[in-house]
Design a protein around this ligand. Structure first.
Ligand code: GUN
Length: 291
C-alpha cells in the first residue's frame, strides 16, 4: 500500500503558485486577491476559512475575510456580494457553506459574479464544466484529479465508484472522471443513500471516491484487493485524546481498508490540503483572467 500524501503535494503546488505570483508581479501585475465571506461561527467553517486565509499569505496573495453574525439577513449578505463583485481589486470570492437556513444558498451562489466564483459553484461555471469549456472547477474534485495525476494513477478505462452525489464533491467528481480529458475517460458509477447493494458495486471499483460524510462507512469487505481509495470525509468526532476534544474522521475505515488498497489517502493530510491549493489555483486563474 502506498499513502497518497496530500500535504506534500499541496506544499509543492504552493511553491509553484508562489513562483507564478513572483512572475506576475515582475511583469507589473498585482497580487491575486481572494475574499472569503463567513457567516456565523461554526467551528468547522472557522477552521476551513482560517486555513484558506493562511494559504493565501503563504503564496503571496492578498486576502480579505468578511464576517457576518448568524442573524445577518439575506438582503444584507447579497448586498455585500454585489459590492465585492464590483470591487476591481478582488479577483475571487467564496461564501463558506453551510449558511444559515433563513438564507437561500441558491440565491447567494447565483449572485456571485461567475468570473470571481473561484469555488466553481455558480450554475454558469457548473454548466461550462459539464460542457468541457474553460471554467472554475469545484476545489475538492479538482484537488483529487491533481492527486491522481501526480501519483500517475491511471483513470482511463477504469471503473470509478463515487459514493455521494453532493453539488460540491460527488456530482462534479463523477462528471470530471467520465470526461474525455487527462485524468478522465473512466467508467463511473455514482452511489448514494438510496443505492441498493452498494457493497456489490464498490467491490467492482478500481478507484473508490468516498464522499458521503459518514465516518468509517467504507470497510474492507466493500473494496477489492488493489483498489485506489480516496477519502473525502472530514467529520468531527468526539475524542478524549486531543486538546480540542474532537478529531477528524474520514469516510473510510483506514486501518483495515489500507491493507487491501494499492493507494489510499489519509484523513487528515490527504484530500483536505488539496482542496485549499485548488482554490488558490482558481484564484490565480481569476487574477490572470484565464477563465
Ligand atoms: N463548505 C464545504 N466545502 C466547501 C467549499 O469547498 N467551499 C465553500 N465555500 N464552502 C464549503
Amino acid at each position: 500500500m502506498k499513502l497518497i500524501d496530500g500535504k506534500k503535494i499541496s506544499s509543492e503546488i504552493k511553491e509553484e503558485i508562489a513562483q507564478e505570483v513572483h512572475e506576475l508581479l515582475a511583469k507589473g501585475g498585482k497580487k491575486p486577491h481572494l475574499a472569503a465571506i463567513l457567516v456565523g461561527n461554526d467551528g468547522g467553517s472557522e477552521t476551513y476559512v482560517a486555513h484558506k486565509v493562511k494559504a493565501c499569505e503563504q503564496v503571496g496573495f492578498d486576502s480579505t475575510l468578511i464576517r457576518f453574525p448568524d442573524s445577518v439577513s439575506e438582503h444584507e449578505l447579497i448586498e455585500k456580494i454585489k459590492e465585492v463583485n464590483q470591487n476591481a481589486d478582488i479577483d475571487g470570492l467564496i461564501v463558506q457553506l453551510p449558511i444559515p437556513e433563513h438564507i437561500s444558498e441558491e440565491k447567494v451562489i447565483e449572485c456571485i459574479d461567475p468570473k470571481k466564483d473561484v469555488d466553481g459553484f455558480h450554475p454558469a461555471n457548473v454548466g461550462r464544466m459539464v460542457a468541457g469549456m474553460p471554467a472554475f472547477v469545484s476545489a475538492t474534485p479538482n484537488g483529487i484529479l491533481e492527486l491522481l495525476s501526480r501519483y500517475q494513477i491511471e483513470t482511463s478505462g477504469k471503473h470509478c465508484v463515487v459514493i455521494g452525489r453532493s453539488n460540491i464533491v460527488g456530482r462534479p467528481m463523477s462528471i470530471l472522471l467520465s470526461q474525455k480529458r487527462t485524468t478522465g475517460n473512466a467508467t463511473v458509477t455514482v452511489c448514494h443513500s438510496r443505492t441498493e447493494n452498494l457493497k456489490e458495486i464498490s467491490k467492482q471499483a478500481d478507484i473508490v471516491i468516498a464522499a458521503l460524510g459518514k465516518p468509517e462507512f467504507l470497510t474492507a469487505d466493500m473494496v477489492k484487493e488493489g483498489a485506489v481509495i480516496i477519502d473525502v470525509g472530514t467529520t468531527r468526532v468526539k475524542s478524549d485524546k486531543t486538546k480540542s476534544g474532537w478529531k477528524l474522521k474520514g469516510d473510510v475505515k483506514f486501518d483495515e481498508v489500507a491493507e487491501k488498497a494499492s493507494y489510499i489517502t489519509p484523513v487528515p493530510g490527504g484530500v483536505g490540503p488539496m482542496t485549499i491549493v485548488s482554490l488558490l489555483k482558481n484564484t490565480l486563474l481569476a487574477a490572470q483572467k484565464k477563465v
